[in-house]
Design a protein around this ligand. Sequence first.
Ligand code: CU
Length: 168
Amino acid sequence: MKRIFKISFLAFATIFALNSCGGKTEKTEETTTTEEVYEVEDATTSNDITIESNDAMQYSTGELRAKAGEITLTLKHTGKMEKAVMGHNLVILKPGTDVNAFGAKAAEAKDQDYIPASESGSVVAHTKLIGGGESDTITFTISEPGTYDYICSFPGHLALMKGKLIVE
Ligand SMILES: [Cu+2]
């Protein structure tokens, strides 16, 4: 579903014209209206989710919604950069997980593709690490409604690449 926002800007321009003959100042005011249209994609509830990631270290959305049960999630990397440089994954964490602490542990787990085995108790599900042009699809089950953080655990990406999966 798309919501469309229209925002109108009123611009006031004040023009001063100096009348050189009389030495007096004439003031003219102009008002113009500019309209900008924004399209905002709503997070629709779906148990077949596709989310994109790119070379600018971004996910295409910061909110996903699904119903409790089996969920299929596809992560696409629409960029061109290699996995070693701009690798992305999507890790869904259990509610209550300290996201930053998990991210710090993950950043050290290069040999485990940044999914640290020591923290497996905090992970609900995760995709593999992918590079530009690649995608990965996973299927998992969440039976507890709630809000689940998802992050990219590639070093340094957590600051920008995170969101909430809301399970209804
Ligand atoms: Cu990433």
